[in-house]
Write a new protein. Sequence first.
Length: 267
Amino acid sequence: MTTRVGTQKSVRQERQGCTYYDVTYDDATLIVTLAILAAIYWIVPEYRRDFYAPYWSALSIAMPVLLAAAPFYIAYVDRRQQEPEDVYAEIGALILTGTLPTEMNRLRQHTLGWAVKGFFLPLMFTYSCATLGSLFASLGEPQPFQFLRWHAVATDILFMVDVLIAVVGYVFTLRLIDNHIRSTEPTLFGWLVCLACYPPLNKATGAYLDYETGTNWTTLLQAWPALQAAWGIAILLCLFIFVWSTVPVSSIAALSAKRVWRSSRCN
């Protein structure tokens, strides 16, 4: 168990079980974290685009429920942990009492973990909504079989599975199911490499690494239907392998993201 400097005991070492103070500290950390995230969303122009409208619509429904349920969830989990002195408790103590955290690395990991969720959850959720909309629109238009049309449907299905896995992973990082972020990429270079692949930074990188010419394979191979179909099937096969690998990799990532908290695990 983490202890304060010298003989000073932590808040939860002085109290047995879950108390009013435990819930207050953790709740304060959650509220301040979400407030900072909301301020960033409000300040950064990227998040004012209509592209993110589905995310804000869902958030307007989910956020009141989250805030109302948070104290009960925290109390339930803390009562079942042998050592519930975690980063939420330390940050809450800093916010409410001015007590400095004993392990700054935990504060850093908390910040980076929420940065990951704050950046990727809006993107993945919006992508999933767009993919579902495209899929339903395609299936709602009965037409005779056309290879390119069904190729587009199959592509939407594969990408839908991929982004839904991401959404579920970011939403359900919960101690209740013993699944939450253990560590994140610690280097600036690693973050830049990753973020360069997503909006809005991919607009800048795309100016130098633009791999699209305006003419795709469906147009180039239009005169050879058999070759066009073979090429399309090969693309779908590659996408299937990619998504198929995403499922076990996500499971492994979820397992590795579990905090090693045998001493603080739910009873």
